[in-house]
Write a protein that binds this ligand. Structure first.
Ligand SMILES: Cc1cc2nc3c(=O)[nH]c(=O)nc-3n(C[C@H](O)[C@H](O)[C@H](O)COP(=O)(O)OP(=O)(O)OC[C@H]3O[C@@H](n4cnc5c(N)ncnc54)[C@H](O)[C@@H]3O)c2cc1C
Length: 454
């Protein structure tokens, strides 16, 4: 897929890959073997019938292609852009054994964009309204999917969202140049077509408790509140000026549009030499945003090696092309400030890899005597997030695991019969598509529960 030139794109927030033309999409679709037993479907957490939609593209039947995807996936323009296809559907494609697998994600993006750009969006088929009210808490991919599936079954669904905009991480975390926000808004519009109500600035646990919602007539609840509480490194110097979490940095930039300052009233101070700590998608996004906001040098410091780095390969590759430096097997041990309390250096130590730890990845071990200094005037901590206790604290009878994530069975049922949950608040930080899969599973469980309690 053609892309913006790295030298140009680091000066703007526009999307990096341009997307397929019709001819390119058809050429790619023609490579699909239409396997009798397609493994690619097994690699998709929401069971999209991949050969079917690709078969339609091949025949130029774009309407049928998008309809086929939307039977299972309500957010195809988003998934086509941000799903880690390389470890899911594309990883299963038999063509990948000897060469390049089919670019399933790019084809999904193509038909979703075709529908949007030609203004052909249609409301998915729905059962007649049954006037049973269901509340969905959180409008990330888990909440949106659960809400859409329930609305299609005829339920009267309201999504309660803490922020002033929908989408969760899709809106506040993933930057514009990877996922344009007009695409998120457009996919959310499908929910509005399904008559799902969206109520913003509604922090459940503060504005309303679950009990309040029960009194308002809601008969079942889906909790999809994500895991957005940043983990702060326990190091000397994290309180210095110029040290921030990736959450704060990305939320200011993406949701509050700091990259459009002064058009949007959100200032952001970006250093000249920015150091990002971490090796996941969040670290890649932070580094690439810092570059676009004017940093002269951006370095990613990661304690394991390139092989263990959890970021999507495409994002790592884009980051390298854009000139981001990577220091692998390096861990920060202290941040050093000047007399005014601004960060000016990071002391790091080299690491080597030992035996695998609980995550299955080889454990990084510090190499004594290898400490050295990196010059930096901004540090972004992207070392992970955890469950935010704000909602769960307000439901003391809800069972949580030892890390504060909600305990559910495989259907998304919690220990409270009318409460279901899914997405990052159950699994910890994962992926868009796994959150969507959980939203879908929980919608089925909610439907069974409400059918049985009639
Ligand atoms: C910067 C970044 C980049 C990422 N990149 C990728 C990627 O490229 N590909 C990929 O597959 N995954 C990626 N992920 C992970 C992915 O985005 C998440 O796994 C996914 O969004 C989780 O979905 P969710 O619906 O569970 O939660 P979220 O997306 O976190 O949404 C939860 C929503 O609930 C709301 N909420 C929280 N508490 C309350 C409350 N008390 N009341 C009301 N609302 C509340 C929040 O405001 C939020 O809108 C990335 C994550 C980050 C942070």
């Amino acid at each position: 897929m053609k892309e913006q030139d790295p030298k140009e794109r680091i000066k703007n927030f526009e999307e990096v890959p341009f997307g397929y033309s019709e001819e390119e999409a058809i050429l790619e679709a023609e490579r699909c073997l239409q396997c009798a037993k397609p493994l690619c479907i097994k690699g998709c957490p929401v069971d999209v019938d991949i050969p079917e939609f690709i078969g339609h593209i091949k025949e130029r039947e774009f309407r049928q292609a998008i309809d086929s995807i939307k039977e299972k996936n309500i957010l195809p323009a988003i998934c086509g852009r941000v799903c880690p296809q390389e470890i899911q559907c594309e990883n299963q494609c038999v063509l990948g054994r000897k060469g390049d697998p089919i670019a399933i994600g790019s084809l999904e993006r193509f038909v979703a964009d075709w529908e949007r750009e030609n203004q052909l969006k249609a409301c998915p088929e729905c059962k007649p309204p049954n006037n049973i009210k269901v509340a969905v808490v959180g409008s990330g991919p888990a909440g949106l999917t659960c809400a859409a599936d329930l609305a299609k079954l005829g339920y009267d669904v309201t999504i309660f969202e803490a922020f002033h905009a929908p989408g969760g991480v899709l809106m506040y975390g993933i930057p514009e140049f990877r996922l344009p926000k007009e695409i998120v808004m457009d996919e959310v519009e499908t929910l509005e077509m399904l008559s799902v109500k969206l109520r913003y600035n509604a922090v459940i646990g503060k504005l309303f408790t679950l009990e309040d919602l029960r009194e308002m007539g809601f008969k079942a609840f889906f909790l999809g509140v994500g895991a957005g509480l940043p983990i702060i490194l326990k190091l000397p110097g994290t309180g210095l000026n110029g040290v921030l979490t990736a959450n704060e940095f990305l939320t200011r930039t993406n949701l509050m549009k700091a990259y459009k300052f002064p058009e949007y009233d959100t200032p952001i101070n970006v250093g000249k030499e920015v150091t990002v700590v971490g090796g996941g998608n969040v670290a890649m996004d932070s580094a690439r945003v810092a570059l676009r906001l004017g940093a002269k040098k951006v370095t990613v410091v990661y304690r394991r090696s390139e092989v263990e780095m959890p970021a999507r390969r495409a994002e790592y590759h884009h980051g390298k092309e854009e000139g981001i430096e990577f220091r692998f097997l390096t861990n920060p041990i202290r941040l050093i400030g000047d007399e005014e309390g601004n960060v000016v250096q990071m002391e790091v130590i080299n690491m080597e890899l030992g035996e695998p730890d609980d995550s299955g990845r080889r454990r990084p071990i510090p190499i004594k005597g290898s400490e050295h200094l990196i010059k930096t005037d901004m540090v972004i901590l992207a070392i992970g997030t955890r469950a935010n206790p704000l909602l769960t604290k307000s439901i003391p009878s809800l069972k949580l695991n030892k890390w504060g994530y909600i305990k559910t069975d495989e259907c998304g049922s919690t220990n409270l019969e009318d409460v279901f949950a899914g997405g990052d608040i159950v699994t910890g930080s994962a992926t868009v598509i796994s959150a969507m899969g959980a939203g879908r599973t929980a919608a089925t469980a909610i439907h069974h529960y409400l059918e049985n309690s009639k």
